[in-house]
Design a binder for this molecule. Structure first.
Ligand SMILES: [Zn+2]
Length: 363
């Protein structure tokens, strides 16, 4: 499918009504332990042309986006979901300097490992790293990971799309040496409907079956701990292997955070807007016939609709990897974001975006 064959109002990339998504209820927690603790860590920021992020006019030519890494803790064990943007941009593989980094700027800040070390966090607790997808602003300072034996988990099809890295691939966006140094483990294809076997089962702590299952409006989720507290969600479209994470952060009442990676890059792409004559949510931005940030625009549009569907749930807060409205609203590590509902953060971070959309509806 060619990404240059779309127009801004192409019906194939219009938002899908939330009511059209199938729904599998989120199973209730059975004890207060059926949760994970989620903490956000800011890394270097990326500065991108705004019209790559949203087709709505936000009044800004360029937007500085935070790149979030996320610490997930359960009992004595921890993992990182995404590593953000690396601190030393000069050490990106050479081809990056001639492609994406010509369009996007960066503002340097410490990576998650440095931040954890600064807070004297015991890095032995880190059992694995999950990378939502292959892009440069999510794999961060892989080089700084202190425990090279800990698995780095990737979504289905990631390794093939990453290739052997640079310099083995002259256009590679990863360093070839990472493949020698680290243990990458890829989740099975979603075509595999049965129970999983092989190496992947050794890195997933759940003691029961490991398989893709339906959860919420998602067709393929992996119940990481087997208690419904942390689901890895297959969500391609932005790129091959893109995964999200649905985290139960409080039990009884159960509340969730959906770490949505790069399924969208601005809240106005997914926020459920009060029903009106026309749907105000933005379709994928299409600039000069080119779809931005979506290898498969139809699939990406479907996933954005899933964010909308999840966001309609009172007990779910969606959070994009680059959601800039989170800054100044939510707490950052060493604090956690588990009490978001009590603190009203969902409403607070979407307030201005929603007001803007409603104003637009009245024009
Ligand atoms: Zn990104």
């Amino acid at each position: 499918m060619s990404s240059d064959s779309y127009t801004q109002d192409d019906p194939r990339i219009r938002p899908i009504a939330p009511s059209r998504y199938p729904w599998t209820p989120l199973s209730p927690s059975s004890s207060a332990d059926d949760v994970v603790k989620v903490s956000l860590i800011l890394t270097s920021a990326v500065i991108a042309p705004t019209n790559m992020l949203t087709s709505f006019d936000t009044g800004e030519e360029k937007t500085e986006l935070p790149c979030h890494a996320v610490l997930i803790e359960k009992g004595d064990e921890a993992m990182l979901f995404d590593l953000g943007l690396r601190e030393d941009a000069e050490n990106f593989p050479e081809p990056m300097h001639h492609t994406l980094l010509k369009i996007m700027g960066t503002r340097s800040a410490p990576g998650p490992i440095k931040t954890l070390q600064r807070e004297k966090y015991n890095l032995d607790r880190l059992k694995s790293v999950i990378i939502s997808h292959k892009h440069f602003d999510h794999c961060g300072d892989i080089d700084t990971l202190p425990l090279s034996d800990r698995p780095i988990i990737l979504g289905p099809g990631s390794l093939q799309s990453i290739g052997p890295g640079y310099p083995k691939d002259p256009k590679g966006q990863w360093h070839s040496e990472w493949f020698d140094k680290y243990r990458f483990v890829e989740l099975p294809s979603t075509d595999h409907k049965g129970e999983w076997s092989g190496e992947v089962t050794t890195v997933i702590p759940c003691s029961g079956q490991r398989r893709w299952e339906r959860v919420g409006c998602f067709d393929n989720g992996l119940d990481w701990f087997g208690d419904g507290s942390f689901w890895l969600i297959d969500a391609p479209g932005h790129c091959a292997g893109h995964v999200m994470a649905l985290c139960r952060v409080t039990a009884q009442p159960d509340t969730y955070v959906l770490l949505a990676g790069d399924a969208a890059h601005h809240q106005n792409m997914y926020l459920p807007i009060p029903t009106s004559e026309c749907d105000l949510r933005s379709p994928k931005p299409v600039i000069d016939g080119k779809v931005m940030f979506a290898e498969d625009p139809v699939q990406a549009t479907y996933v954005i609709g899933q964010l909308t569907r999840m966001s309609i749930e009172d007990n779910v807060m969606v959070l994009l990897a680059h959601e800039k409205e989170a800054i100044g609203v939510v707490d950052y590590f060493p604090e956690d974001i588990c009490r978001w509902k009590e603190k009203g953060w969902k409403e607070e971070k979407q307030k201005n975006v929603l007001e803007d959309a409603i104003k637009r509806a009245q024009i």
